[in-house]
Design a protein around this ligand. Structure first.
Ligand SMILES: Cc1cc2nc3c(=O)[nH]c(=O)nc-3n(C[C@H](O)[C@H](O)[C@H](O)COP(=O)(O)OP(=O)(O)OC[C@H]3O[C@@H](n4cnc5c(N)ncnc54)[C@H](O)[C@@H]3O)c2cc1C
Length: 402
């Protein structure tokens, strides 16, 4: 069977390419080959079922800063298609969106079905053929045409888009076509930590600064204590920026948490010293200080070997120092990682030097385009990973139809 354009992979980048190409040129015959029984299965589970479609950052160079891999390469593409364009795209097609306080953008319905239905309706309207249960097994160039074999059939097309996400088998086929693949490692994960200080505190959130001792990696933001360790933006950002370094350490390393974020240890000593005079008779464990959640405060006081019943006035100098260290330099041993269920991605994929970012065409093969997670691009959590898929897919769709 022959098509003008074949899209390999019925996920986020695949659908966005197909719909935009078909919108630009309605005469084209376009097919999506999807190995699964269903298309868009990652979109369905994304953002905890709500689908965090993009992030409310509207300055291209600022948006690019959220990509540990891909920052440099995405700056140009973001000047062509970014957050505002994504939002307008969905809203023009009847999907109302909202920006939450932390910048994440979701459908107003709070359901990924809104995005999926939008894609399926558009594809149907535009006559895009969706062939499920077609797992692509080989990609070959025969004179000027691409020949794609699936488990069921053989297809031909002048132009192809590979949007298969992090599928190792397709990476192998791309290697055979001359590409190099940066080894895949997980990104966006939470830290396992079995520590007395946080064991009884799942659900507690504090605004903290976190450093990974050995790798000079640091981040700031909400830190969520979980049943198995630590999560929240501060931790997830570290897992993305440190994806490779932490894999090399087999996810065994130490972090230093500053629960007071903006204060160094000596400043904390001064603040505690003040409490000694202003709150003389108050029991130390009775009220949390420095905006810390009470349970966390009490746990850190105990970790500094101070009785919760002791009064501020009786706190000796040595204990002030010990508490200040506990508050600003708490060291935790991390042993392993867990999946962050709302969003996870793979760092690694097609070497970015081998892609023309003006078109998202391969520099190794003409008429072969690549977008989404198949490339060595990934971001911190918050809607940036989808934005990469939308941007690459949109730019490729325009290039494929000129
Ligand atoms: C649980 C979870 C939640 C997430 N939530 C968010 C979120 O809220 N916001 C965000 O920005 N990012 C989120 N992400 C990341 C985001 O889903 C990905 O970055 C994005 O889906 C990548 O799009 P893609 O089209 O490159 O790949 P995918 O969406 O993974 O699509 C690839 C498609 O190719 C198909 N395929 C693979 N191999 C073959 C083959 N051989 N033949 C035919 N078809 C094939 C697959 O079946 C799949 O349908 C989440 C990820 C996960 C795992």
């Amino acid at each position: 069977m022959r098509y003008d354009i074949i899209i390999i992979g019925g996920g986020a980048a695949g659908f966005f390419t197909a719909i935009n190409a078909a919108t630009k040129n309605t005469d084209l015959r376009i097919a999506i080959l999807e190995r699964g029984k269903e298309v868009l299965s990652k979109v369905r589970i994304s953002g905890g079922g709500r689908c965090n479609v993009t992030h409310g950052e509207f300055i291209p160079n600022e948006l690019a800063k959220n990509y540990p891999r891909g920052e440099r390469e995405l700056k140009g593409p973001f000047h062509t298609f970014m957050t505002g364009d994504t939002m307008e795209w969905f809203e023009q097609r009847g999907v109302a969106l909202k920006i939450e306080e932390d910048g994440r953008v979701f459908p107003e319905s709070d359901s990924s079905s809104s995005i999926i239905n939008c894609f399926l309706n558009e594809a149907n309207k535009l006559g895009i053929e969706i062939l499920t249960n077609h797992s692509v097994k080989s990609i070959k160039k025969e004179s000027n045409d691409w020949e794609i074999a699936t488990n069921q059939d053989v297809f031909e097309a002048e132009k192809i888009m590979v949007a298969t996400g992090s599928n190792p088998k397709i990476w192998k086929l791309l290697e055979d076509l001359g590409h190099t693949i940066v080894d895949p490692v997980p990104s966006l994960f939470t830290f396992n930590c079995d520590d007395k200080r946080i064991k009884e505190l799942p659900g507690v959130v504090a605004n903290a600064a976190v450093k990974i001792q050995s790798d000079k990696l640091k981040s700031e933001g909400p830190l969520l204590i979980t049943h198995w360790g630590m999560s929240g933006p501060a931790i997830l950002k570290l897992s993305a920026w440190g994806a490779r370094a932490l894999e090399a350490r087999q996810y065994k390393f130490e972090i230093k948490v500053n629960w007071l974020k903006d204060y160094a240890t000596d400043e904390a000593v001064d603040l505690i010293d003040e409490l000694k005079y202003t709150h003389k008779k108050q029991q130390i464990g009775k009220y949390a200080q420095f905006n810390l959640p009470k349970r966390l405060w009490r746990s850190l006081v105990e970790a500094a070997e101070i009785s919760l019943d002791a009064r501020w006035a009786d706190l000796p100098k040595k204990k002030i120092q010990q508490l200040a260290v506990e508050l600003t330099q708490s060291v935790f041993k991390i042993d392993g990682k867990s999946t962050f269920k709302e969003e996870f991605v793979t760092a690694g994929g097609v070497n970015l030097k081998e892609v023309n970012f003006k078109t998202f065409e391969s520099k190794k093969q003409t008429n072969l385009y690549l977008a989404g997670e198949v490339l060595n691009i990934d971001a911190i959590t918050g809607g940036f990973n989808f934005q990469n898929a939308w941007t690459g897919a949109y730019i490729a769709s325009q290039a494929m139809t000129t």
